[in-house]
Design a protein around this ligand. Structure first.
Ligand SMILES: NC(=O)C1=CN([C@@H]2O[C@H](COP(=O)(O)OP(=O)(O)OC[C@H]3O[C@@H](n4cnc5c(N)ncnc54)[C@H](OP(=O)(O)O)[C@@H]3O)[C@@H](O)[C@H]2O)C=CC1
Ligand SMILES: O=C(O)C(=O)CO
Length: 306
């Protein structure tokens, strides 16, 4: 009985400690130093190197250590096994917290006042109007954010692959639905998964469907945005600002124009990080399900890629 952790570049002491406490007798092995790879039934994976699961000859299931699985399913050596992802109210609450802070940041014009401070410029201005917020993606995180903003009194629209019916939220799907979802929104928040369909999805044409002067917040994945199109839309004033938490290349290279752009707020992929204290329960439950031949919770649809 064993679990393998294939999570490079992260300190895993707390995760190992908690797994040992909750699953006594289960051997926790860490890539690349597997001691008994043939004993591993479940692998907990995040940005795993290609081939890192090859030695796990009796592997039954895969558990992502995060919510988005793009970096996992893009591995051509990934075995064709059930893959589950993290769905955790604590993750959703962390995302909602970040997004509520970002809305206030722009409403209070902190972006402008920060620039003015650099010039020692004392120039008061009344708050920005943010009345309608659009969520691209109405899944676990998108719906949590949509419900929060609705409770705060904003008008909320949302867009997803399949059409939803959510009280108080204007829901849309499909190509024409996209335009209707974004056209009146003062802020558009991207919470789509990165898949073949969503790569470079926010291109020139789609950004031009946004309301003039809208603000884009991307907390999903960098490659969903066509970076050149976004920079052009900002420079032309089609968009007023962009808050970016995720990037095509992370860490964001020092030469990237986003760092210096006056209309861009860069945060280092920190809006919702997996909380070991809460996510551990899903990992343990899925391990127990896996060894008992039960379906995992929060399975990824491998064909759709999310
Ligand atoms: N920055 C950060 O720290 C974090 C970022 N993330 C990112 O957030 C993403 C969303 O997470 P989560 O809410 O849990 O994901 P879900 O899978 O629960 O929701 C995804 C939503 O996107 C919609 N969608 C998928 N593909 C399309 C498409 N082609 N066109 C229109 N809508 C589409 C889905 O539609 P439908 O409902 O019809 O299936 C669904 O509503 C993750 O994939 C991850 O990349 C997650 C955690 C932290
Ligand atoms: O869980 C995810 O998908 C993340 O991006 C965590 O940072």
């Amino acid at each position: 009985m064993s679990i393998a952790l294939v999570i490079p570049d992260r300190k895993l002491d707390t995760l190992v400690e908690k797994l040992n406490a909750l699953l006594p007798g289960v051997l926790i092995q860490q890539w690349p130093d597997y001691s008994a790879p043939e004993q591993v039934q479940m692998a907990v994976v995040w940005k795993q190197p290609q081939g890192s699961l090859a030695a796990l000859s009796n592997l039954k299931s895969l558990q992502s250590f995060g919510a988005g699985v793009d970096s996992i399913v893009s591995d051509p050596t990934l075995p064709d096994l059930p893959l589950s992802r993290i769905v955790d109210p604590a993750l959703a609450s962390s995302m909602v917290n970040y997004l509520s802070g970002i809305v206030l940041h722009y409403q209070l014009r902190l972006d402008l006042f920060q620039r003015q401070q650099q010039q020692k410029l004392w120039k008061p201005k009344s708050p920005r109007t943010i009345q309608q917020i659009c969520l691209l993606g109405l899944g676990e995180l998108g719906q949590a954010a949509a419900q929060y903003f609705l409770q705060q009194g904003y008008q909320v629209s949302g867009w997803s692959r399949s059409l939803k019916q959510l009280n108080g939220i204007q829901c849309y799907a499909g190509d024409t639905g996209f335009k209707n979802a974004v056209c009146d929104a003062d802020m558009v928040i991207c919470l789509l998964p990165l898949t073949a369909e969503t790569t470079n999805f926010l291109n020139t044409e789609r950004l031009s469907a946004f309301k003039q002067g809208a603000i884009l917040v991307n907390v999903a994945r960098g490659a969903i945005v066509d970076d050149r199109a976004l920079l052009a839309a900002l420079d032309a004033g089609q968009l007023q600002a962009a808050c970016l938490d995720v990037f095509r290349q992370e860490p964001l290279p020092a030469t990237d124009p986003y760092w210096q752009h006056p209309a861009v707020l860069v945060t280092p992929h920190c809006s919702a990080v997996t909380n070991v204290d809460t996510a551990i329960h899903q990992i343990v439950e899925n391990y127990q399900r896996s060894i008992n031949g039960l379906p995992l919770k929060h399975l990824v649809n491998r064909e759709r890629g999310y």
